[in-house]
Design a protein around this ligand. Sequence first.
Ligand code: NAD
Length: 475
Amino acid sequence: MGYEADLKLFIDGSWRAGEDRDHFTVVNPVTGSGIGELPLASEADLEEALAAAQRAYPEWRSTDVEKRGAILRKAAKLLRERAEDIGRLLTQEQGKPFAEAKGEVLGAAQLFDWYAEEARRDYGRVLVRPPGQLSRVMHEPVGPVATFTPWNFPIYLLAKKVAAALAAGCSVISKPPEETPGCTGALARALDDAGLPKGVFQLVHGVPDMVSGKLIGSPVIRKMSFTGSVPVGKHLMKLAADSLTRVTLELGGHAPVLIFDDCDLEKTLDMVVPQKFRNAGQVCVSPTRFYVQQGIYEAFIDGFARRTQKVKVGDGLAEDTKMGPLANKRRPEAVAAMIEDARAKGARVVAGGEPGDSGFFFQPTLLADVPLEADIMNNEPFGPVAVSRPFDTFDDAVEQANRLPYGLAAFAFTENGRRANLLGDAIEAGMVGINTFNISVADAPFGGVKDSGFGSEGGKEGLETYQVVKAIHQA
Ligand code: NAD
């Protein structure tokens, strides 16, 4: 099936390509071969985008919330209607199985719908004052926003930022990842076709550091939101300090999964194995460090390995594929190095452990008895690898879960209600899933603590990150 993406920048309401812009080659991770050429923004393009975001902002922020909502809902409808075509582009650019890709597009549509509604219920408050006096607290949009999003969920993570910012009344310039431009361009087209005024949403690709430096350094941009790795997050926060630009950072994680001996083991294994290999493990909340209570440790390893060996790996466009290739050349190389390091330090490779024969494939992998000093116990593999160790007591499990500087998501499996309550309190993470992985939903805040960043996306908190508060006192 051909790759039918129209690769362009979207600036001030018009689609731009060609001229003397540099290009980035888009690669299909199944083969590792180029499938398209993406034009990259020049300094002049970015200046034009900044001027357009500034021009468009006053009118958009004063547009009636019903009208803003109607445009967002129309964009959601278009995304749903186009979900198959956009999903196919996503699979060709990123590798994930088509069903996951289509589901991602539908999830993005849900975010636009949800924020269209939530903006209507964004109430301020009136303070208690003597008669004749009035003090009110108002929410206002923060101003033009810049967003930077990664390639693992290129549509959903973009929608999480853009839907909330547009609903709040901000204009937005987005730099999605260069690896997946066809599917993110399709999201921009849905907003354009839905009638969003020109300059309110713009899409620029480019050399990442040039684009972020230019946008974050501009006095036009009042807020920046980034999803990606910890080192890049720290770098962007330093840039933001110079211009005192507000930041939201959704950085990496290394999610622990505590498996207690009172869980329903077969049911738990049926949940955790597909979840581990979803999007080939390239998920910031991917379940990765499996701590299993001693009495069921060997049974867990055995059941996990059997299921892992059955995961069907292949081209994401093939119907029976459950796991595609990794998204880019960097990932299988990084994963292989981490597995080698763990093996050398005494870990058992129970399933997988090797790269595939072509493209950026890597086998679904389970490591057992991984020593704490192995790199993979301390840095996220961001790939299809589960690591496991036994634990004895509740306190031991919590200590292991909290031992890293990350604090994004954590999971636990237990049928004991009291234990579940205690776990919810004891784990240092932005999201805790107990007997569930369903933690990324439109109406709930999603974000980390410690090195996993700060600020929330999703829920009413996601809208608030694109607002400032003002107190108005009147006597
Ligand atoms: P990377 O650190 O090079 O890049 C991470 C993301 O940041 C990419 O989307 C990239 O385009 C962007 N980026 C890089 N430099 C930038 C800059 N100066 N300005 C703006 N954006 C910039 O890593 P990578 O090899 O692309 O991904 C691997 C690592 O990234 C993983 O190990 C994982 O920790 C992290 N990651 C996290 C998430 C997440 O959802 N939190 C998503 C993707 C990647």
